[in-house]
Design a protein around this ligand. Structure first.
Ligand SMILES: [Zn+2]
Length: 154
């Protein structure tokens, strides 16, 4: 039985890196190898920054157990220093580790897309103590850190 065109179109959109470029194993391998090379050459691995947020993907871990470290940071904000001066920094509002495989990279891309959407629609956890604000945990009113702290009554 053939899949209806609309369903096929929606299914394909989840399997595309960009419009017209599918998330094939070969395309993912090309990007994964580039991120690995970039992680060797640059301490940040691959990153993109805007005033609103920043994203980072980096190969880390040992050669025996390499991982992809994926992070979404909030806007750059001034932080006070004890000496009265300030420095500019971003909150790491969420992060996750993935295998350094084509599937791991695809999951990392989906994680970042989902996290960016969640940040834009929900903002960050209301009860996080400065200086770090995090995304709310899936299906919960606060981030994992605040939920754990509250759950144990600390
Ligand atoms: Zn929180």
């Amino acid at each position: 039985m053939a899949m209806p065109d609309l369903i096929q179109s929606v299914a394909n959109s989840f399997l595309e890196l960009t419009q017209g470029t599918s998330a094939t194993p070969a395309n993912l391998k090309t990007l994964l190898e580039w991120i690995k090379r970039r992680s060797t050459a640059c301490t940040d691995g691959w990153s993109r920054k805007s005033a609103e947020m920043a994203v980072r993907i980096k190969k880390c871990g040992s050669n025996k157990k390499p991982e992809l470290y994926v992070a979404l940071d909030g806007p750059e904000m001034a932080r006070p220093l004890p000496n009265g001066r300030t420095w500019m920094a971003r909150d790491e509002i969420t992060y996750k580790y993935f295998p350094t495989t084509e599937d791991g990279l695809l999951r990392a891309i989906v994680f970042l897309k989902k996290s960016i959407h969640k940040f834009r629609t929900e903002g960050t956890c209301d009860t996080c103590e400065p200086p770090t604000k995090r995304l709310k945990a899936d299906g919960m009113p606060k981030c994992e850190d605040c939920m754990m702290t509250e759950a144990i009554g600390f």
